[in-house]
Design a binder for this molecule. Sequence first.
Ligand code: NDP
Ligand code: GDR
Length: 345
Amino acid sequence: MSENIVTSEPRRAFITGITGQDGSYLAELLLSKGYEVHGLVRRSSSFNRDRIEHLFVDPHEVGSKLTLHYGDLTDGSRLVTLLQTIRPHEVYNLAAQSHVRVSFDEPEYTADTTGLGSIRLLEAVRIAEIECRFYQASSSEMFGATPPPQGEDTPFYPRSPYGAAKVYSYWITRNYREAYGLFAVNGILFNHESPRRGETFVTRKITRAVARIKAGQQDVLHMGNLDAIRDWGYAPDYVDAMWRMLQHDEPTDYVVATGVGYTVKDFLQFSFSHAGLEWEKYVKFDERYLRPTEVDSLIGDPSKAGELLGWKPKVLAPELARIMVDNDIAALDAEGAPYIDRVSF
Ligand code: NDP
Ligand code: GDR
């Protein structure tokens, strides 16, 4: 593995989805390695950059290495002009409509961003004629109904519009590798969480509720299927795997996972008991959180990433739940004041 590519100019990275959970940690990791980081942000009427606010330095000040650019994965010509201007060495495509349940409500929009967004970005790389390495955020949701353990050679059987869109992006990334010789890789990442996880994903929904129940601000938590099994890892570990994939000598695809599965019930238990609470007293079933087709069990086999990248997970689900509960309690205490979890890469 060639860890550092030697060039006279600073490495430049372009990240789509920089305002999301993974994008914020990846930006932090790359800045800590001396990269110049360029991020794609969507224009919105309210502020949507809480996760990267602490990384931002006024561009008028010396030493600013993070630049944000307005754009959208549904706007192909903008992607071309941006890449022509930035000329990045590494492109990380993390942007997506990333919520599985929501993809049943908005299937066409999900296909447009999570599926077609990737081809727009790959085409932009090709049209802009830049020499870069390309990372595609593929997902364990592509395996869907295929039973665990799931590895790089496991057949896909997506169970949602989101999973189907990710399968398209996976294959089009492989096709650009084979057709045009692009250094393009798929990181097939299993669920990974953190204090920056979106509030409607199951882990964060649980840990936020624990903090609020503990503080006397909530007394019921409505949930869907508690028997689903997931392989939950820690997002800062997983962005390190993304970076390693682009430093390897050969472009290839990798599963990134802990290799250990737990039920949603287990995660409830880890989280509530850490705060001295019994989850059975607070959780109520609500069918609105069920999916028309569920993914019952995802447990990844990360041995290839271990062998080729020297990557291994440092945090497993029980500790992850404790980290997230502690952060949500701290965040509630700091309510009204700016708050961000700190990691050290
Ligand atoms: P998030 O939902 O936290 O972040 C998604 C990001 O995509 C946000 O920055 C969002 O911007 C941006 N985005 C959404 N739509 C568009 C668009 N049309 N144009 C430009 N940007 C857009 O996701 P995560 O950080 O958790 O995940 C990162 C990627 O990895 C996603 O592609 C996800 O599908 C994939 N993935 C995630 C896993 C996980 O467990 N976290 C596992 C496997 C794959 P805004 O802030 O404006 O909404
Ligand atoms: P997932 O994550 O669908 O695996 O996709 P999510 O946390 O939404 O669901 C995990 C499991 O928990 C069950 N569940 C609930 N889920 C939510 N959100 N809310 C509930 O109240 C609830 N009750 C039970 C779900 O049915 C499911 O089985 C995530 C996303 O980050 C994707 O972008 C990513 O690709 C995959 O992980 C890997």
